[in-house]
Design a protein around this ligand. Structure first.
Ligand code: ZN
Length: 354
């Protein structure tokens, strides 16, 4: 049980960051070790979290020491203070930034092995997210097949900013393997495919990039619904991480309204888009993108107790304290669902699944 309102808590988004390519050497073959040692290749150096940005690191953590590099650090920084029963570990390693398909695949495999052996094996509360080479769907499928043999991996993480929307047919083999193995598709903040981060080109500042990120989540959800991905893969479940959630009511209303007017374009979409979203999409609570006083009203407009999943987004600075990451709802079934029940069913933890 947790210190948070006495409720069993699942943290749906905590991060491990690969500190350097050398850390992955035990899982890289001699060729890629030699490349790293004799050239300027350092693996993926693009990051959606600039080290100097205020949002990138909790202020109570030592920037010089960096983010948790060991399970002991993670326990001390986030798992024990919140008393979570489980946490979903997302390794932020932007292999979609690597154009060489062999390098992207080798580093994805190494990162997943590092997570499995150094993190998951020594902390039973942690569950893993499979890193895949996001520019190469065929290689991504191979890596998912390999990692899915380890039941501690519960989702596949893809950056929300991709080179093509995830409902596109080129991704269907990946959606197929994700659902066949009972995994969750995690669309996560960021992405370094080389395409502009906004729909109208390159902004000048990180602030613009950061604030605009929910538009990419909306594009991805629209694509999955409109292309018929949820009809083709009825068991497909998607978790949006670091997307915010306050935009959901207006987005669903607009999508539904125009679907009624234009649905002849997509006869395979048989229900209102909001029905697909409420059935298949889940969203983490950090960053909290609504004033605290307004939260109950926005939550009411979302129209479901099943969509939101509590997350600290450790080590990123989205809230002053861990306790401040708890949505301001009265104690009761809705809050319990957000803090643990929704993620427990999404990931099938404790034998539950929806
Ligand atoms: Zn995150």
């Amino acid at each position: 049980m947790s210190a948070l309102n006495g409720t069993a808590v699942i943290d749906a988004d905590v991060h491990a960051l690969v500190p350097s390519i050398e850390r992955l050497f035990p899982w890289l073959d001699a060729h890629w070790q030699e490349v790293a040692q004799t050239t300027q290749f350092r693996g993926p150096t693009d990051t959606p979290y600039p080290p100097s940005a205020a949002t990138s690191m909790r202020p109570d953590l030592d920037p010089a020491a960096g983010v948790a590099e060991t399970v002991e650090d993670l326990r001390a920084h986030v798992l024990d203070p919140t008393g979570v029963e489980a946490a979903i570990l997302v390794c932020a390693y932007a292999t979609e930034a690597i154009k060489n398909p062999d390098a992207a695949a080798a580093l994805s495999t190494a990162a997943n092995s590092w997570v499995a052996e150094q993190w998951l094996a020594s902390e039973p509360r942690l569950h893993g997210s499979i890193v895949v080479p996001g520019l190469h769907p065929t290689l991504a499928v191979e890596e998912i097949e390999r990692c899915a043999e380890n039941p501690r991996f519960v989702q596949v993480v893809l950056p929300v900013r991709s080179f093509a929307p995830y409902g596109n047919r080129i991704w269907w083999p990946l959606l197929d393997v994700v659902t066949r193995h009972g995994l969750v598709l995690n669309l996560h903040f960021g992405g370094a495919s080389g395409d502009p981060p906004t729909s109208v080109g390159w902004p000048s500042t990180y602030l613009e990039e950061y604030v605009d990120m929910p538009s990419a989540f909306q594009t991805q959800i629209m694509s999955l619904v409109a292309e018929g991905a949820f009809d083709r893969f009825p068991d497909l479940r998607v978790l949006c991480s670091e997307s915010g959630f306050a935009w959901l009511p207006s987005f669903m209303w607009r999508f539904d309204r125009l679907w009624h007017a234009l649905r002849r374009e997509m006869p395979w979409v048989r229900r209102a888009p909001s029905a697909y979203i409420r059935d298949h999409i889940r969203v983490t609570t950090q960053p909290f993108d609504v004033p605290v006083d307004e939260f109950p009203r926005v939550y009411d407009h979302i129209g479901s107790d099943e969509l939101l999943c509590y997350a600290t987004d450790y080590p990123h600075w989205q809230s002053e304290t861990v306790a401040a990451a708890v949505p301001p709802l009265p104690e009761g079934p809705a809050l319990q669902a957000i803090l643990g029940g929704n993620a427990r069913r999404l990931f099938g933890l404790g034998g539950e699944r929806n």
